[in-house]
Ligand binder design. Structure first.
Ligand SMILES: Cc1cc2nc3c(=O)[nH]c(=O)nc-3n(C[C@H](O)[C@H](O)[C@H](O)COP(=O)(O)OP(=O)(O)OC[C@H]3O[C@@H](n4cnc5c(N)ncnc54)[C@H](O)[C@@H]3O)c2cc1C
Length: 506
């Protein structure tokens, strides 16, 4: 006898998303939106068994699958591809929004990975051990060492796997908290998500795996201890999707202010970098099915969020040489330190904000900056003095600040704030600045899993039939995520969970 596991907190997508809306969700995702129509067609090769007539006929419609994946972000799409390639063809991917890709669309700086062929080609010396150590250090040793080790050990294979799907990430940069270049971006240095999502969507479509758009998972169906399906609302029609396994890849909670403040009352009123569908539904469904949620109060705020548009200014901008100055035109912290520390330092400045200041070299090396410029958030001047005037900062103070920063690189002077990474001297000429302050960015806690992506209960026992991958899981990042590690997480564990489920159902 099946039972329904209902959601209790108001995580239902659209309602909760209205609480806190990412204003620019549609910006920059035209490429993926164009693929949505195809994704919704239910392409050949995966026709489910369908019964019932749906709400109009009284009897609720049901469909039978081997595997239902909830969420079309990087984790869900990767799981679908790897499951299919491992022999599981009766698979469906659900997406409650009209646009696929979730927060993965926005991922900008890149994907961390160690011992990759691209690092080797570029003579970058790195090791899985160093990656693991820096990830655990970045999270102040509150991450799960076993999960982190698994991520590090499988990161190069994930880069190769993406390359085999036509997603080449061979432009390598730094983000805060890493001592060697490990953050992999598309060849032209553009934002990783806009290459990753269309590439994964294309691979899903090539395999004929259906994506149901505007199809919201509402509840998990259980038979005894086992999860055996999902209740959904597909374009207003209630259905039950029966499945031998369900993977929750629903992403985080950053757009659900009610849930954010349930776990972190101090974050009330913060803007969010997240897309409107990041409403934490997966946590509620998993918890009600018996899974343990861990470290849910670990919600990362990101230090460089433009507040009027909620635009995240990618960490790669600082990694490429940008500095943070306060309203007095003075630097105040090591810009390449971890996000928690930079955010805290920023909040202590007058007005609780900073200017992210950079020159033409940084502008040209980071394709994302042109998009920020298009959005009207980049202030500019033809010299330091002109920029200072544009941002109402003392010109002499800003000039002194830049000169002192340049001396780190040109004269080998030790930085008073301890910055050692990404120090690139400013060149004369055009100067730019974006006003930033912290914003809600990433859910580091989540569903407890093991290295097979099995959802675990409080005693550490797997819940039969229930798996989770990506931001909806907890344990990788501990209490501070290193920029670039989330995309590594979703790719390593997204690929892994598809293979695990295919093997389990073989
Ligand atoms: C602005 C921004 C920049 C970032 N930059 C980087 C970066 O450079 N490097 C990095 O490592 N990380 C970055 N991150 C974090 C990273 O992008 C995310 O953690 C990661 O993409 C999450 O992937 P996911 O597949 O787990 O979830 P998502 O990509 O968010 O996908 C989850 C999907 O599930 C859908 N969904 C949710 N609930 C339901 C439901 N009930 N039914 C059906 N569908 C549902 C959502 O609508 C969404 O489409 C960034 C995040 C943001 C917001």
């Amino acid at each position: 006898m099946s039972t329904i596991v209902k959601s209790t907190l108001s995580a239902s997508g659209m309602e909760a998303s209205r609480l806190l809306t990412r204003r620019s969700f549609v910006a920059g995702i035209g490429a993926t939106a164009a693929l949505v129509a195809l994704g919704g067609l239910g392409l050949s090769g995966c026709a489910p068994k369908t019964q019932g007539s749906g709400a109009a006929g009284g009897e609720e419609a049901s469909e039978d699958y081997d595997l239902v994946i909830v969420g079309t972000g990087g984790a869900g799409l990767s799981a679908a591809i790897s499951a299919y390639d491992a022999g599981l063809t009766n698979v469906v991917v659900l997406e409650k929004m009209a646009v696929n890709g979730g927060n993965t669309n926005f991922s900008s700086s890149g994907m961390n990975a160690s011992e990759t062929k691209f690092q080797k080609e570029q003579n970058i010396e790195d090791s899985n051990e160093l990656f693991v150590t820096e990830t655990l250090d970045g999270g102040h040793n509150t991450g799960d060492p076993e999960l982190v080790q698994f991520m590090g050990d499988n990161s190069a294979a994930a880069i190769d796997w993406l390359d085999s799907l036509g997603i080449k990430l061979d432009n390598i940069t730094l983000t805060g908290g890493m001592s060697v270049k490990r953050c992999h971006r598309p060849t032209d240095g553009s934002a990783v998500g806009l290459t990753l999502v269309p590439g994964l969507v294309a691979a899903v479509q090539e395999r004929g795996i259906p994506m149901k758009m505007s199809c919201e998972a509402k509840e998990l169906v259980k038979d005894g201890d086992a999860v055996v399906g999902v209740k959904v609302d597909e374009k207003g029609k209630a259905k039950t999707l029966n499945a031998k396994a369900v993977i929750l890849a629903t992403g985080g909670l950053g757009a659900n202010q009610e849930m954010v403040t349930k776990y972190r009352p101090d974050l009330a009123g913060y803007v969010t970098t997240n897309q409107p569908g990041a409403t934490g539904d997966g946590y509620v469904m998993a918890e009600n099915a018996g899974a343990e949620l861990i470290q849910m109060d670990q919600i990362q705020i990101h230090p460089t969020v433009e507040q009027d548009t909620s635009t995240l200014v990618a960490e790669g901008v600082r990694g490429g040489g940008a500095i943070l100055v306060n309203a007095d035109g003075e630097r105040f912290f090591d810009e390449m330190s971890t996000r928690d520390k930079v955010s805290a330092a920023e909040l202590e400045q007058p007005g609780g904000f900073a200017w992210c200041v950079f020159d033409q070299q940084v502008y040209d090396a980071n394709k994302a900056i042109a998009k920020y410029d298009d959005a009207g958030i980049v202030q500019k001047g033809a010299s330091v003095a002109e920029l200072a005037e544009a941002i109402d900062v003392d010109a002499a103070a800003l000039a002194d600040t830049i000169a002192a920063y340049n001396a780190i690189t040109t004269d080998g002077v030790a930085d008073e704030f301890g910055r050692t990474e990404g120090c690139i001297a400013f060149a004369d000429g055009n100067m730019y600045a974006i006003k930033v302050a912290p914003g809600i960015h990433h859910a580091m806690g989540g569903i407890r899993i093991n290295t097979k992506n099995e959802a675990l209960d409080a005693a550490g026992n797997p819940i039969p039939g229930l798996y989770a991958a990506g931001e909806v899981t907890g344990g990788i990042h501990g209490n501070n995520r290193i920029g670039g590690n989330a995309v590594c997480d979703i790719e390593v564990f997204g690929k892994n969970v598809g293979e695990v489920v295919a093997a389990a159902l073989a």
